[in-house]
Design a protein around this ligand. Structure first.
Ligand SMILES: Cc1cc2nc3c(=O)[nH]c(=O)nc-3n(C[C@H](O)[C@H](O)[C@H](O)COP(=O)(O)OP(=O)(O)OC[C@H]3O[C@@H](n4cnc5c(N)ncnc54)[C@H](O)[C@@H]3O)c2cc1C
Ligand SMILES: NC(=O)c1ccc[n+]([C@@H]2O[C@H](COP(=O)([O-])OP(=O)(O)OC[C@H]3O[C@@H](n4cnc5c(N)ncnc54)[C@H](O)[C@@H]3O)[C@@H](O)[C@H]2O)c1
Length: 460
């Protein structure tokens, strides 16, 4: 039986980071991955293809609104085959680099599904081979969830994978859900030229974000002409002669919408099917993700987990950090737990929603006494001249010290802008510290100086 120092199950962002980190000190590292194509979700069907398409749609949107900037652009429209080709070219490049890394002789790569036979043995699905290790790192990611909604199992319903691989423009699409995937892809489809209807259960989209932030995005979506329904309860989905219909309640009103295509963007669940985790002594959280401690150890201390399979955030840089922590701990090295108090997140809608640090409500619930300050983009020189007036920046700090504990930016390029505050939060900076920065004029970034000044003035 082949024995390894560490076996990593799953070769996506978390798994590759873990394997690379183990390999710094140990020779015998196996990666087990059963995908048809290596590379992981982020590169193949997640972050990179979606952001490639979303950026093109943003350029198109600007061109179509050329009049706002004093430009006469007679017509601008999407060329779906060209868009698809561009995306494919980019992803081919990113994935071939990752595939080379995974297939290099630094690792032993098994292209099979791994399932535990017992806490120390992994059985491979195709060859039937059994392999053992001193430690395991589970990084198998997530799969699209299909909640129990009548008709959701019908053939032809799309997931994000299908939207990201479109080479023709769909005439009309219903997008179910109001999470990050639903919002990013619904706006992309709308801007590309499809007639989009989005149906969300909660009263506001992006329920992980503040209602104030979601409100800005909802307003922008509606102003752009998207048909957005919130506060709904889904009924049944049916096939029609031309596509699909969805029945739902919106408040007390019974609604029915139709379109040629339907996208299930109702969330993802951990990819743990057929892994026999019970035999390995690995327990799950109530939401189905693998339970881990601060060093990413599962209920079996020799088995770790990292990435979407354990959460709590399905975000690629967190998956990488968790993979590195797991690998360092598994190989007996000092391993800093991932500090979620300095986390960042970005939703790539337009306007974008970006956050850093501890969310304001969470900070208050922990008993922190805060000073909060915000400033709107519609009163800021650079955003006004860029016609980017949706949204605001907001920061909050400990009242006693002025140390910034969190920040949010909703607006154009918020995902870039948030990093100025993310650096400060990660380094424990106060508002006064951040006011030493030479905030260049006129930039979008200099808008941060206004709430920072208010906070610095208010420190008790
Ligand atoms: C449409 C979309 C857009 C996204 N955009 C962003 C973004 O902009 N920014 C961001 O931070 N995050 C984004 N994400 C989330 C991000 O892609 C994930 O958080 C990240 O890729 C998870 O990495 P992972 O290593 O945990 O899992 P994955 O990359 O999914 O890797 C898991 C690997 O394990 C393999 N595997 C599964 N089960 C087994 C088994 N039993 N045996 C062997 N191998 C197995 C799989 O085949 C896969 O290769 C997006 C997600 C989606 C769906
Ligand atoms: N920009 C980014 O960083 C980015 C982009 C895309 C995805 N992601 C990550 O991927 C993960 C998955 O995103 P997602 O949007 O697929 O999932 P999600 O969990 O964020 O959203 C799921 C949506 O489906 C709705 N829903 C679920 N079950 C339902 C039901 N039975 N009836 C009606 N509505 C229901 C929820 O209300 C929610 O609006 C997220 O956690 C996110 O972190 C990140």
């Amino acid at each position: 039986m082949e024995h390894f120092d560490v076996i990593v199950i799953g070769g996506g962002s978390a798994g590759y980071a873990a394997a690379r980190t183990v390999r710094e000190t140990h020779q015998r590292v196996a990666i087990v991955d059963n995908s048809d194509e290596l590379g992981g979700l982020c590169i193949l069907r997640g972050c990179m293809p979606s952001k490639t398409l979303i950026y093109s749609a943003e350029v198109l949107h600007l061109a179509q609104n050329g009049r706002l900037f004093g430009l006469d652009i007679p017509s601008a429209k999407v060329d779906m085959p060209a868009l698809h080709q561009r995306k494919t070219r980019m992803i081919d490049d990113f994935k071939s680099y990752r595939q080379e890394q995974l297939a290099s002789d630094r690792f032993t790569l098994f292209r099979e599904l791994g399932a535990f036979k017992d806490p120390k043995t992994l059985k491979l699905s195709t060859s039937g081979k059994e392999i053992t290790a001193d430690a395991f790192i589970i990084a198998t990611g997530s799969v699209v969830n299909f909640p129990n909604i009548p008709g959701l199992e019908l053939p032809g319903i799309w997931t994000s994978d299908d939207v990201l691989d479109l080479s023709e423009l769909p005439e009309s699409v219903i997008v179910l859900g109001g999470g990050v995937v639903a919002c990013e892809l619904a706006q992309f489809l709308h801007r590309a030229g499809s007639k989009v209807t989005q149906v969300q259960r909660s009263p506001h989209i992006l329920k992980e974000e503040s209602p104030e932030a979601a409100e800005v995005v909802m307003k922008a979506f509606r102003e752009e002409g998207m048909d957005l329904h919130t506060g709904t309860k889904l009924g049944k989905i049916e096939k029609t002669d031309t596509g699909f219909s969805v029945e739902f309640m919106e408040g007390a009103e019974s609604m029915r919408v139709e379109a040629r295509h339907l996208v299930n963007a109702l969330g993802r669940r951990p990819a743990i099917d057929n892994m026999n985790l019970k035999a390995a002594g690995v327990t799950l959280k109530p939401n189905g993700q693998i339970q881990v401690n601060e060093h990413q150890q599962t209920s079996n201390p020799k088995i770790y987990a990292a990435g979407d399979v354990c959460g709590p955030f399905e975000i690629v840089h967190i998956a990488i950090m968790q993979g590195e922590t797991a690998a360092r701990h598994a190989t007996g090295r000092p391993a800093d737990p991932v500090n979620l108090d300095t986390r960042t997140s970005v939703v790539f809608t337009d306007p974008q929603v970006a956050s850093a640090g501890i969310p304001v409500e969470e900070a208050k619930a922990r008993g922190m006494e805060l000073i909060e300050a915000e400033y709107p983009f519609d009163d800021h020189g650079k955003s006004i001249l860029m016609e980017a007036k949706h949204g605001y920046v907001k920061a909050w700090a400990e009242r006693s010290s002025g140390r910034i504990v969190g920040a949010q930016c909703v607006g154009k390029d918020a995902g870039e802008l948030i990093h100025a505050l993310a650096v400060g939060i990660s380094m424990g900076a106060t508002a006064k510290d951040l006011l030493k920065v030479h905030w260049y004029h006129p930039t979008l970034s200099e808008i941060w100086s206004y709430p920072l000044e208010d906070i610095a003035d208010g420190v008790s």
